[in-house]
Design a protein around this ligand. Structure first.
Ligand code: TMP
Length: 211
């Protein structure tokens, strides 16, 4: 039986990585075989691309960045994601194609035509793989920024300030509005357990509905 491909998305600092791990624990307790991965990354080559593209010392044009994210995605989809889903596993992925649409498109103010180009490029890179479910961890940038400061995290994107985080948030919400069946909005402002509970309910709805 085909497995499921579930992605986690959102602006920075929404506690995504932690929620991915908690979701994996939850699903394993329910008896599922779970694979956890992330983008950019997930294979040795894609992890190298990640180090490149997130290096604040290496300024990149938007197009170069986009192509690097897509190269990493192509490797990841080919070598890890598609085989795992085909083998019946539940694959949880921290970010995927929606991040490209938002970070390389909507948050930069790109218009419909350019965003559509990105959609085509995403489909090309992912070999047609699309998520069965996307959980959008959404919260007010100010609140999420405070969390990030506590974690001491800083990278190319996160140093761009609250305005930018607002644009990211709006971009993701626009995608969710356009595809409410696939993209479920999870309130990321609550404490860890409250957010994990909302994630679990969304997972149950997908998996129990599928049984
Ligand atoms: P992370 O911090 O959630 O691990 O993601 C790494 C950064 O990469 C994050 O700031 C978003 C960015 N990113 C893009 O800009 N485009 C993409 O396609 C992906 C997958 C990530």
């Amino acid at each position: 039986m085909r497995g499921k491909f579930i992605t986690f998305e959102g602006a920075d600092g929404g506690g995504k990585s932690t929620q991915v791990q908690l979701a994996a624990d939850y699903l394993r307790q329910r008896g599922y075989e779970v694979v956890v991965s992330r983008e950019p990354g997930g294979t040795p080559l894609a992890e190298k691309v990640r180090a490149l593209v997130l290096d604040p010392e290496l300024p990149l044009s938007n197009i170069s960045q986009t192509l690097l994210y897509l190269a990493a995605r192509s490797e990841h989809a080919d070598k890890l994601l598609r085989p795992a889903v085909a083998a019946g596993k539940i694959v949880l992925c921290d970010r995927f194609s929606d991040s490209t649409l938002v970070y390389q498109g909507l948050a930069l103010g790109k218009g419909a035509e350019e965003v559509n180009e990105l959609r085509l490029l995403n489909a090309f890179a992912a070999g047609g793989l699309t998520p069965d479910l996307t959980l959008l961890l959404d919260g007010a940038p100010k609140l999420l920024a405070r969390r990030r400061e506590r974690r001491g995290v800083s990278d190319r994107y996160e140093r761009q300030g609250l305005d930018y985080q607002h644009k990211l948030r709006q971009g993701f919400l626009a995608l969710a509005q356009a595809e409410p069946e696939r993209i479920k909005i999870i309130n990321a402002e609550g404490d860890l357990q409250a957010v994990a509970g909302a994630v679990q309910r969304a997972l149950d709805a997908l998996l129990d509905g599928a049984e």
